[in-house]
Design a protein around this ligand. Structure first.
Ligand code: ASP
Length: 344
């Protein structure tokens, strides 16, 4: 009896506050559907991207593809899916586009092949998966997700990773499927530059970028990050960059933030860029923007490391600092506001 009175009283208070709808037909109040905050940010690489070396038509193509990927990821978040579904959806669209250095459109190795790297990390339990140096997996980010969800390991490489992907039923293709004329020409240019060591360092800046990545906050309050890349033009000897390395190119922890990086991988590995941003939030109490700015625009700049990150925290704040001329980037914040940008 006392419980019934209490329920009736509580319900009428909630009705008067507008928290419970009044037209309930039985004693089970219908709670209004209050959408939890969701947000997403994606990148398509950072580098020497200026209005002088990108035509307006090319810029439009990049913006359109970024928007398509962004909306695909956002749709998953709106549907209440786990953040990893959103990261995968967004990145797979970019992997399939020849515009970006991931999947189709990946840069060439010195030997004239493509060796792809990818990783994903989920912030709830810090689960992570990565593949490196794979040549035949259509979607390296899907393979990274399979490593995270269906193996006991974090990173698989080369032939072993391909064998695992095959067992997981993931599509495989001939390495030539990733060929594009633009990247082939970049390899020829890189080889000429390498032969002429005087210009090597300066010119090399031009064609190592184009990696793709996504970070999200899902309705369950999880932050998730993913990154996929072909690495650096003319890379040799099985070189692996930061993109598949958890803590360097990708990191996620619900207690701080999720980060996907792009830039000169060797620096991002040595400076543990993604994890350092999250650690500065956790240990120094910095805001996401302050932590990301510190690492990208101070620590990395001092070290001569070029690149940028997209980062999101568990409140849905987004930061996208970069220390290059441009970074292909797009986001939808917790208020549903979309932004797509290329230049500084
Ligand atoms: N970070 C990538 C790598 O070093 C390259 C990039 O972001 O464009 O492999």
């Amino acid at each position: 009896m006392i419980n019934t009175i209490r329920t009736v009283l509580l319900t009428s208070i909630l009705v008067s506050l507008g928290i419970v709808h009044a037209d309930v037909s039985d004693d089970k109040p219908v709670m209004p559907i209050m959408q939890k905050p969701i947000a997403i940010a994606i990148h398509g690489g950072a580098g020497t991207i200026t209005k002088a070396n990108l035509s307006e038509q090319q810029a439009q193509q990049y913006r359109a593809k970024l928007k398509e990927a962004l909306l695909a990821g956002y749709a998953q978040l709106e549907a209440g899916k786990d953040g990893q579904a959103a990261v995968i959806s967004a990145i797979q669209i970019l992997e399939q586009s020849p515009l970006f250095n991931a999947g189709i459109g990946a840069v060439y190795t010195y030997a004239g092949e493509h060796e792809l790297d990818a990783s994903i990390m989920h912030g709830a339990k810090r689960l992570a998966g990565a593949v490196s140096g794979v040549k035949t997996i259509v979607s390296p980010i899907a393979a990274a997700q399979a490593v995270m969800n269906h193996s006991q390991h974090v990173m698989l490489s080369g032939r072993g990773a391909e064998e695992f992907a095959q067992q997981q039923g993931l599509a495989q293709v001939d390495n030539k499927v990733f060929n594009t004329e633009r990247r082939f020409n970049a390899l020829q240019k890189a080889k000429r530059v390498i032969a002429d060591s005087q210009t090597q360092l300066l010119e090399f800046q031009d064609y190592k970028f184009g990696t793709v990545g996504a970070v999200v906050l899902d309705q369950q309050g999880n932050v998730v990050a993913g990154t996929s890349t072909g690495g650096m033009t003319a890379k040799r000897y099985g070189r692996i960059g930061d993109s598949p390395i958890i803590g360097a190119g990708t990191f996620a922890d619900n207690n701080s933030c999720a980060v996907s990086a792009t830039g000169h991988g060797e620096y991002f590995i040595r400076y543990q860029v993604a994890a350092d941003i999250c650690a500065r939030m956790a240990y120094q109490g910095l805001s996401l923007q302050a932590a990301a700015d510190k690492v990208i625009n101070e620590v990395l700049v001092e070290a001569d490391g070029t690149g940028g990150v997209i980062a999101i925290d568990s409140a849905g704040n987004i930061a996208m600092p970069f220390n290059t001329e441009g970074m292909y980037r797009a986001s939808i914040d917790i208020h549903g506001k979309m932004s797509i940008a290329i230049y500084r």
